[in-house]
Write a protein that binds this ligand. Structure first.
Ligand code: IFM
Length: 412
């Protein structure tokens, strides 16, 4: 197993965002979708958190929380607005962002594709196009060339399975297709795109750590005694959680895990698992809170014998629940570490409230509340709780200290 660099903190305590969800002023396949009225009455992303212009001030707030790492994404549509034409100002912008991130003592973890596409790329069929891997590689080379060794951690593709299912299976995201056959066509293209990006990054920065952020769901049988429900949850665990990780085993230096919830398989509907049982406590997204699921998945990932970063974990709910959520999931990380999972980082999703795709601005995931009218930011009590966890574990690995008590609710 590759050694964790001695010049890095032993554990990355971070928070995450993505370009389209926070930057504002984008022009990509999602903005087209929003402008075409596909958000079912929800407000389009518009100026979002205006993070594109306010990133420096935001980084100062992040530092108040004490995070030593920040996961962000670059917006392909800004960097390559037309095929083969790269925008020097956009690349210079991200150079400044990375510089400023480092100046604030945060290790950048850079995602290269987080759901959005340049319009020209989308109109050629996006990742379904056989040329997509080569086009993605060309973009990745330009980014890596511009950022040099300032970025050590790359996530090539965020949540390939979610992207495939939402955009091509359920059709709730652009391009809005509902064709399982396309999901099966898309996945090998995403795989090839990742592999080409991996090689391109390593050619230019051999010391880089490259991986993907895999969305994993803790699947369990709806009826624990039903053999068929049990079998379905195993099948789905393989198809949705493990298959892509197995296929990328030789081209990822770390495994990124995005974890949010458990779902139940109920035979014969194994492709449409049940999000929660009646009476379960759910978040504003309708997702059940189940920290044990994260521990279970981290244990499962142990077998790949690689460092693991929890690249996302978070909740859209009242802030009191957020505090409890963070405490319970950090505890799950600590238990998984005790059982041998080499977890090297935890990134809360999200640093700021942001644009939650088809759900618009209603769900609030942030450690920092954003007033979208005034762009005013306010640290939530959960940010203070996270700060205390980080302070208590500074320079410790594995995670071992969980401060108490839980701060009171603020209504934010
Ligand atoms: O907001 C998303 C993010 O873009 C990808 N992972 C899940 C988050 C919450 O739904």
């Amino acid at each position: 197993m590759r050694q964790w660099p001695a010049d890095l903190p032993p554990f990355l305590w971070g928070a995450a965002t993505s370009s389209h969800q926070v930057e504002g002023g984008n022009h990509n396949d999602w903005t087209q979708w929003e402008e075409a009225g596909r958000l079912q009455g929800r407000v389009p992303s518009g100026e979002a958190c205006d993070h594109y212009h306010r990133f420096e001030k935001d980084f100062q707030l992040f530092r108040q929380i004490g995070i030593n790492a920040y996961r962000l994404s670059v917006e392909w549509s800004r960097i390559e607005p037309a095929p083969g034409q790269f925008s020097a100002p956009a690349l210079a912008h991200y150079q400044r962002v990375i510089e400023s991130c480092r100046a604030q003592g945060m290790e950048p973890v850079l995602t290269l594709h987080h759901f959005t596409l340049p319009i020209w790329f989308a109109s050629r069929g996006g990742f379904l196009n056989p040329d997509a891997p080569a086009l993605f590689e060309r973009f990745v080379r330009r980014v890596v060339e511009a950022l040099g060794d300032e970025v050590r951690f790359y996530v090539t593709i965020n949540e390939p399975m979610i992207y495939a299912v939402m955009s091509y299976g359920l059709g709730t995201w652009p391009p809005g297709h509902k064709r399982l056959t396309e999901v099966w066509k898309l996945l090998p293209r995403l795989l090839a795109s990742h592999q080409r990006a991996y090689r391109a990054i390593k050619e230019s920065q051999p010391g880089a750590w490259v991986g993907l952020a895999h969305h994993m769901v803790a699947f369990e049988p709806y009826d624990p005694r039903s053999r068929l429900d049990q079998a379905d949850s195993k099948v789905l665990h393989y198809l949705f959680n493990r298959r892509f990780i197995q296929q990328t085993d030789s081209t990822q230096d770390f495994i990124g895990l995005n974890y949010y919830s458990r779902q139940y398989t109920r035979h014969p509907h194994f492709l449409t698992p049940v999000p929660a049982k009646p009476g379960a406590q759910v978040t504003d997204m309708g997702w059940e809170v189940y920290p044990e699921g994260m521990e279970m998945l981290l244990r499962d990932l142990k077998g790949f014998a690689k460092p693991i970063l929890v690249t996302e974990n978070g909740i859209a709910a009242d802030d009191t629940r957020r505090v409890q959520f963070i405490a319970d999931h950090v505890r799950a990380v600590s238990r998984a570490q005790a059982e041998g999972a080499i977890v090297r980082g935890y990134f809360y999703w999200s640093a700021l409230d942001n644009f939650e795709w088809a759900e618009g601005y209603r769900p609030r995931f942030g450690l920092i509340a954003v007033d979208y009218r005034t762009q005013e930011r306010t640290l939530r009590p959960s940010a203070d709780f996270y700060r205390r966890i980080i302070a208590a574990n500074r320079n410790l690995w594995p995670v071992s200290a969980l401060p108490a008590p839980v701060p009171p609710a603020s209504g934010l």
